[in-house]
Design a protein around this ligand. Sequence first.
Ligand code: SF4
Ligand code: SF4
Length: 369
Amino acid sequence: MWGIRSKIRKINQVSRGIWNYNVVNNFRVLSPEEIIINLTYRCNSRCVMCNIWQRKNTKEMGLEEWKTVVDDPIFRKVKYLTLSGGEPMLHPEFLEIAELFLQKGIPQKGLSVISNGFMTERVVNLTKEVAVLCKKHGVDFNISVSLDGKGRMHEQIRRIPRAFEKTSQTILELKKIQKKYGFGLGSGSLIIRPNVNKMAELEDWYKKRGIDYSFQIVGFHDTFVDNLDTKEKVNYGNNERQALLSILKKYSKPSSITDFRSYYWRDMYEMYARGSQRTTPCPFLVDQMVIDCMGDVYYCLSAPAVGNFLQEKRSIAAIYKDPLNLQKRKGMASKECLNCNSGCNVNAAIASDMKRYLWFRLTGKLWGH
Ligand code: SF4
Ligand code: SF4
């Protein structure tokens, strides 16, 4: 059932993307249809590739502050909302904030949560409660639990005792109740230097347990994750190059007609193997955005914030549609984006430029190569 829903979502995204990105986008600024909210920067992990967990004394928005924001015009067309972090389920009012949005009809179609899964009991209980709320409001619910390796590998990356036992237990507990509560379950794994040679083992673990999974390539930014200092330790060196290229090559082979992500993997293969520039379109340049618990507004998390709705006393929509900000976003396409390896929501992105995907499927080549 969930597999069918996710296929329908993909088809909707494609048709919506073709129309919005190629036609409407030429006449007016598109309102975001997908928004990520970083609900808290508190985190109970100590990941080697991220410095979010080291942030101190941050004054974060609680339920009362979110109540003053939820009527912002920016949310009017939001179909998909993702609650992320930090560890979003560490927010003491996580459930109340999720309910606040749902009561306002936000999002219209799907709510997602990304968790590190360390607090098995809390994650499972909150998942049950949010799944019930989503059902009541006619919205799909999806949870993704991050896992970066089997056994000691996950512990080495997350630097938390018994990390693998905790996260895997959460995934398996969620799997048990998934049908009863009717939610989508997946796991995301970040490929970094320590685990790049071990991804096949992890894939095997997922497959044996029937868990949907996806991989991401590590990125380094002085914004958000603030992880430039981890590059030396975490980025792929010459010894890992072959393993990385094998993974990228493997996923470059489309597994089905709607395997849009294969275009992105091929693009990344060309980038890492030959140093070529990104050709994969990105939804964060068109109709997706990120806001956070400090009031910061981002077009994407690879670039600095473009405003702060708490400090500036203007709406999120006003910041998003500010002509100077839009100018900056447009400029990113020919600068930062060309070397960006972000695979965030590339399914929707390929929908923006179906000709590239069809060209890739027909010729086996990337657009413009
Ligand atoms: S990557 Fe995620 S789980 Fe790890 S420290 Fe950063 S915010 Fe926490
Ligand atoms: S920098 Fe990367 S994530 Fe940001 S808009 Fe460009 S391609 Fe997308």
